[in-house]
Design a protein around this ligand. Structure first.
Ligand code: SF4
Ligand code: SF4
Length: 452
């Protein structure tokens, strides 16, 4: 951080940003929705206080020391979950405000050499190359099946905090990947063709979710094609303040998906976080004359899998899934995409499944992009609150719709010692179909994740 001036403060001073800031009337109605306000109980860790900090910075009422001691830590403790945005009666676009504030914080940091190297490896080298990410996942699969993970977990308290957090959220990796080079054909009566955004972490670490997504869409009469040239959505880069790489990845995805032959009716995404960014490509590329319109065309095609299936469940699931389930909303799906009723409608369509609502379904689980690695203590406190809410429902099945939440909830189940299984919504639908046609026995399928 520069000693004498705050870098890139102009980002907070644009007329548009100031207009968005001025929409807040300080009523405080958002406070009860904010997970960090609930945990820390101070104004500056709630949306109203953070907006006040942004306004002070924008109006030049903050020196470098204030910026370093107050602005940066309170902004970075925000999950960007946007629960406050849903709660706000004045329509404050908090998500857009905090995104820019985080950029300014990032531009004023001087990361250590080690952090810069790690970031380069993670963000520039691995995430945009799915084959490399899958190679890493294979190595981690070996680490799991060789039982080395058991040894490491037995001594996990000796690990550095960040490494421990990464180990905690590592899911049980499936050893086989689907070959996406050919479209997966529709089963039964054909209803159309879909493109599939597989995601990077989702495909490498939770590929069973993608495989279940394919099967469920196929059963509903859709031919599904996942272009192999697609790349990361850019969300992690955006979270880390690397706007330029996020834009490059967005351009590549737009090129890949719009170059298909036009007979596809939607781009399906099964991860709430990725889907939100894909739908926000027009905002990300608004100043790019070559891509602004293409980004709008692309975003109009993007649908969360639950959003699509709630309208196109052509073959209702028939197999009984005898489970007491609770649905843990993905913040990005709920507050970013406003997809709230559709996952619930689909769960209620599954025979035998009893859906029990959480007390605070709009509360973040603490995953929030890389928050659970960057802000370990805060993320764990938020996760503990989430798990207490889940435990109170008595659910033996926790249903999720986002990659980061999935991994965080698996860690939460272990942390809380809950006898519950974590599944993506499409896995539950797939299970019902498979029970219905006799290719699967019954729920629970396996407790592998919880017992390891
Ligand atoms: S963000 Fe909205 S709800 Fe929160 S204090 Fe401002 S106007 Fe009120
Ligand atoms: S985005 Fe989430 S954590 Fe951040 S201020 Fe809003 S409700 Fe609180």
């Amino acid at each position: 951080m520069a000693d004498t001036m705050i870098r890139d403060l102009d980002l907070l001073r644009s007329p548009e940003y100031r207009r968005k800031l001025s929409q807040c009337v300080h009523c405080g109605l958002c406070l009860s929705a904010c997970p960090t306000y609930a945990i820390f109980g101070v104004e500056t860790d709630g949306p109203r206080g953070r907006i006040a900090l942004m306004r002070a910075a924008a109006e030049g009422r903050m020196n470098v020391e204030d910026f370093r001691r107050a602005f940066a830590p309170h902004i970075m403790l925000c999950l960007a979950c946007r629960a406050c945005e849903t709660a706000c009666p004045s329509g404050v676009q908090y998500g857009a405000l905090v995104e820019v504030a985080r950029l300014v914080v990032e531009h004023n940091r001087t990361p250590s050499l080690g952090e810069r190297l790690l970031r380069w490896i993670g963000m520039q080298l691995v995430l945009p190359r799915l084959w490399l990410l899958k190679l890493l996942a294979r190595l981690l699969w070996l680490y799991q099946v060789s039982r080395l993970q058991r040894v490491v977990r037995a001594f996990r308290h000796w690990l550095p905090k960040t490494l421990r957090a990464m180990e905690d959220i590592l899911p049980a990796i499936v050893p086989r990947y689907h070959d996406y080079r050919r479209p997966a054909p529709a089963l039964g009566t054909p209803h159309g063709r879909l493109l599939f955004f597989t995601g990077c972490i989702q495909e490498a670490f939770l590929s069973q979710v993608n495989q279940a997504t394919l099967r469920v869409l196929q059963r509903n009469g859709y031919t599904v094609y996942a272009p192999t040239e697609q790349t990361c959505c850019g969300a992690p880069h955006l979270h880390m303040g690397d706007l330029e790489t996020a834009r490059q990845l967005a351009r590549r995805n737009i090129d890949v998906f719009l170059s298909q032959d036009g007979q596809y009716e939607a781009v399906i995404c099964n991860a709430g976080g990725c889907g939100t960014i894909l739908k926000e490509y027009p905002h990300l590329l608004a100043d790019d004359p070559a891509y602004a319109k293409r980004a709008q065309r692309f975003a109009a095609l993007v649908k969360d899998v639950s959003e699509f299936l709630a309208e196109h469940l052509n073959v209702p699931p028939r197999g009984e899934v005898k489970a007491r389930a609770t649905y843990a909303d993905s913040c990005h799906l709920r507050h970013g995409q406003k997809v709230v009723s559709q996952p619930r409608k689909l769960l209620k369509s599954i025979p035998g499944l009893q859906l029990v609502e959480l007390q605070a379904p709009d509360r973040c689980c603490g995953s929030a992009g890389v928050y659970n690695i960057a802000q370990v203590d805060a993320a764990n406190a938020i996760l503990d609150a989430k798990m207490a809410d889940i435990a109170a429902t008595g659910a033996d099945l926790i249903v999720t719709t986002n990659t980061g939440c999935h991994m965080q909830l698996l860690a939460g189940v272990r942390r809380a010692g809950l006898p519950a299984k974590v599944m993506h919504l499409v896995e539950v639908l797939d299970l019902s179909y498979r029970i219905g046609d006799g290719t699967f026995a019954t729920f629970p399928v396996s407790q592998r994740e919880e017992t390891r």
